[in-house]
Design a protein around this ligand. Structure first.
Ligand code: ADP
Ligand code: ADP
Length: 229
């Protein structure tokens, strides 16, 4: 898996308003980091820069040592799987939704991919498996089921980097813990960035970055952060 490096990244949406102030951090290959911090700190901005929706004014973002300024958005999307807070599902079956982005994939192909990505137990928990209709925007599913489908859709593409953007924060805490257990299992060997609001959701992180006003206020392991309090 690749590493992700932010090297002195300076960014603002508008010229005279800097959002990220020379931000530097590293996510070693295969490790999990959590980015926490108050609303408006710049967490989602980090995600947008990773996909090159915007480019930094200065500094570099490296994936596996390569400056992403030289990489197309399409290629980045193949490398980074994102699970957002509120995924949009198509008014079709679970199978269609999971296969979306894999044109022409047959039922068996999806099943094989799901198996390879270790997310089969996930799908099997749903009443009619792949044939379940999700309804308009996934309305026929519970919030937790919807997120399972969204996670499955991302993981069947087997992305080496996983970006969780408040992936469980819309769920009740019991469903959240349930989904987090699964995420823990499927993300084990992937380079993972988890943007989080609640501290209860980052128990699995190897390192935590605390972002405040676009700067790293603190970073370290759970234990290191606790010892400093
Ligand atoms: P977080 O994810 O930590 O809540 P964001 O990265 O979404 O924070 O936002 C950081 C700052 O950037 C906020 O002050 C927000 O108002 C501003 N911001 C976010 N998106 C835009 C945009 N498209 N244009 C201008 N300012 C924006
Ligand atoms: P176990 O105690 O071994 O996890 P479960 O009945 O809870 O037994 O799970 C059965 C299968 O589902 C196992 O393969 C397990 O890894 C998997 N599994 C467990 N928790 C979850 C979860 N939250 N989401 C999806 N699959 C899960």
């Amino acid at each position: 898996q690749p590493s992700v490096v932010f090297d002195n990244v300076e960014f603002g949406y508008e010229p005279e308003r800097t959002i990220l102030h020379g931000l530097s951090f590293e996510v070693p290959a295969g490790s999990h980091i959590a980015i926490v911090g108050p609303s408006g700190a710049g967490k989602s901005t980090i995600a947008r820069l990773l996909f090159r929706f915007y480019d930094p004014q200065s500094g570099r973002i490296l994936i596996d040592g390569q400056d992403i300024a030289d990489v197309t958005q399409l290629s980045l999307r193949q490398h980074i799987g994102i699970v957002p807070q509120d995924s949009v599902l198509f008014n079709d079956t679970i199978g269609y939704n999971i296969a979306y982005g894999r044109e022409g994939a047959e039922h068996d192909d999806i099943l094989a991919a799901a198996k390879a990505a270790a997310i089969l137990p996930f799908i099997k928990r749903l009443p009619d498996g792949f044939d379940t209709e999700v309804g308009e925007r996934g309305l026929k599913l519970s919030g937790g089921e919807k997120q399972r489908v969204a996670i499955a859709r991302t993981l069947v593409k087997d992305p080496p980097i996983l970006l969780l953007d408040e992936a469980t924060s819309a769920l009740d805490s019991r469903t959240e813990q349930d989904i987090l257990r699964t995420l823990h299992r499927v993300s084990e060997h992937r380079t993972t960035l988890a943007i989080a609001h609640r501290l209860s959701t980052i128990a699995d992180a190897d390192r935590i970055l605390v972002l405040e006003h676009g700067r790293l206020a603190e970073s370290g392991t759970h234990l290191e952060l606790l010892r400093r309090r």
